[in-house]
Design a protein around this ligand. Structure first.
Ligand code: C2E
Ligand code: MG
Ligand code: MG
Length: 285
């Protein structure tokens, strides 16, 4: 029996028995999953979305949720995105996964908004690779049309990926989507080399401040200073600052002092399966 070691955010864990057919023969050892395997996962409905609430930091009101993809792998069990999104980006399958998440998240958000009779935003992660292939606008338009979701309820989060992004082309594609009302967020601000350039060159409505910075706001003066500066930058650019990965009530309070108005993190809720998220909305009235 061969075990597969899955790496996730620098941690390694053994997830189960390997099937050699899962390995990409073109790049042994480099990738765990090839494009065909990932596309098949989407077609076979092995992918799901879980939803993490995005909350108003003062009132605690749930304004919406970020859709986060999961893979219920038939042999390896539940896989977090860090274990396969990189392979999907490298192999070209990320657009298939992206389409699945867009369609699922828009459909779910429309249903919840209708059931609760209050507007709810859904935030969908988009890889820069989806912009590079040029099909994003079409995928977004289709997901909105099929679901009936109002475009102003959809936020696209541009994820931080170690790849160069054609900023001119990205700006045009995102600008076209903004014209119809879709909002654009820069994910993980503070984590990468190009975030600030992206903030200047792309049409952005929201920035999400990286979890590692948020983790230090209470006991690391440098982290607090950087978060304060990023929140001030957001205000100066007329964009909304969202703090990611808030784990304690003290961090929530400190982030409010530092100028963040929205947030998400375990202190509010972990990512929940769709029905559990809907039940949480119900319970909140
Ligand atoms: P992200 O978009 O920055 O998502 C936030 C991640 O932080 C999620 O991990 C979430 O579960 C985790 N998180 C939230 N609050 C806390 C907290 O208080 N403490 C800690 N320690 N963690 C928290 P997840 O679901 O494993 O996603 C990891 C990354 O995978 C995402 O980071 C995003 O970059 C990528 N990803 C997820 N879904 C998709 C997708 O549909 N498409 C693409 N392209 N990437 C995705
Ligand atoms: Mg995100
Ligand atoms: Mg993030």
């Amino acid at each position: 029996m061969t075990s597969v070691v899955v790496r996730s955010r620098g941690h390694e864990r053994i997830v189960g028995r390997s099937d050699r057919a899962l390995l990409d023969p073109a790049a042994p050892g480099a990738r765990l999953f090839n494009a065909a395997t990932l596309r098949r996962a989407a077609l076979r409905r092995e992918l799901t979305c879980v939803y993490q609430p995005i909350v108003h930091l003062v009132s605690g009101a749930v304004l919406g949720a970020e859709a986060l993809v999961r893979w219920q792998h038939p042999a390896l069990g539940a896989l977090p995105p860090d274990t396969f999104v990189g392979d999907a980006e490298a192999s070209g399958a990320v657009s298939v996964i992206g389409r699945f998440v867009l369609e699922t998240a828009c459909r779910d958000a429309f249903r919840w908004s209708t059931a609760t009779r209050r507007p709810l935003d859904v935030w969908v992660n988009v890889s820069p690779f989806q912009l590079a292939t040029g099909g994003l606008a079409e995928d977004v338009t289709r997901a909105l049309r099929q679901s009936g979701l109002d475009p102003s309820r959809l936020v696209l989060e541009l994820t931080e990926t170690p790849t160069s992004l054609d900023l001119d082309s990205a700006a045009v594609q995102l600008g076209d989507l903004r014209v119809v009302g879709v909002r654009v967020a820069l994910d993980d601000l503070g984590s990468g080399y190009s975030s600030l350039l992206r903030l200047v060159r792309l049409p952005v409505d929201i920035v999400k401040i990286e979890r590692e910075l948020v983790a230090g706001v209470c006991d690391d003066g440098h982290c607090a200073a950087v978060v304060r500066a990023l929140a001030a930058l957001a205000t100066a650019l007329d964009v909304v600052a969202v703090a990611e990965g808030i784990e304690t009530a003290s961090q929530r309070a400190r982030l409010l002092e530092l100028g963040c108005s929205l947030g998400q993190g375990f202190v509010f809720s972990r990512a929940l399966p769709g029905p559990a998220f809907a039940a949480m909305l119900d319970a909140a009235g």
